[in-house]
Design a protein around this ligand. Structure first.
Ligand SMILES: C[S@@+](CC[C@H](N)C(=O)[O-])C[C@H]1O[C@@H](n2cnc3c(N)ncnc32)[C@H](O)[C@@H]1O
Length: 227
């Protein structure tokens, strides 16, 4: 196995980071990341992004007025490119990057006003635990994306698993129960405000009820559409 790949995050190398950065420069944020950004209220808020990759979503939230962000990432593969992007945007001082397994981070990672997590639960065997840990750190809002748990996703997961096994990777693509993940966020004291479903991906968003007055609390919004 490549010496520079992190066990359990083998696809997330510097090469992948360069690809992500090229795509970001050419096309901007992907659709679901943009929906996550649209869902939360970052102005004046601190942000925690879990599984941040190159930090594209964090950069967007800083552009929208977030004051500071902690980006947690399992793989060192993104370090250099994430730092270059933050420098280019002039926000290097506003981002603290931690390379740590969030599932095991404990007190090492503190709470933030807004917590986001994009395309991460599908890369960890304990998706429900990671949602619980992320939700419990959200002082005001939490939003995350996840693949829908239909037969298509399961077939994809099986195919990805075969390829990963052949390459000797620990990484797998996991499809977790959306109900169980949403329950985990609710058990962390949050109330669901958004349930957006696409063909492959979905977004769920939550707020902490005692903080709801601060940013136009609303009833659960449902929508269908997109990939
Ligand atoms: C598919 S990538 C998505 C990266 C970024 N959020 C995006 O959408 O471009 C999933 C990321 O989650 C990270 N990740 C998975 N499990 C993690 C964990 N337990 N702690 C921290 N990061 C994790 C992986 O290293 C990888 O960078």
């Amino acid at each position: 196995m490549d010496c520079c790949r992190t066990a359990g995050a083998e696809p997330f190398t510097e090469k992948q980071a360069r690809r992500d950065a090229r795509r970001l420069r050419r096309k901007g944020l992907d659709g679901w990341a943009r929906r996550l950004a649209d869902t939360v209220h970052p102005a004046g808020a601190t942000v925690l992004e879990v599984g941040a990759g190159i930090g594209a979503l964090t950069l967007e939230l800083l552009r929208r007025g977030a004051t500071h962000a902690v980006d947690v990432e399992l793989s060192h593969g993104y370090d250099r490119i994430a730092a270059e992007l933050a420098l280019d945007e002039g926000v290097a001082d506003a981002i603290e990057r931690r390379v740590v397994d969030f599932a095991e981070a404990g007190d090492e990672v503190g709470s933030a006003d807004v917590v986001v997590m994009h395309r991460v639960v599908c890369c960890t065997p304990d998706g429900v635990g990671v949602v619980r840990a992320a939700a419990s750190r959200a002082r005001r809002e939490f939003a995350f994306s996840f693949p829908r748990s239909g037969p298509g996703a399961r077939v994809f997961a099986r195919g990805a698993g075969l390829v990963a096994r052949a390459l000797g990777w620990e990484w797998r693509f996991y499809v977790h129960s959306p109900k169980a993940m949403i329950r985990a966020a609710e058990e962390a004291g949050l109330r669901q405000t958004r349930d957006e479903r696409g063909f492959v991906w979905s977004v769920a968003a939550f707020e902490r009820p005692e903080e709801a007055g601060s940013h136009n609390s609303h009833d659960l919004a449902l929508s269908d559409g997109g990939v």
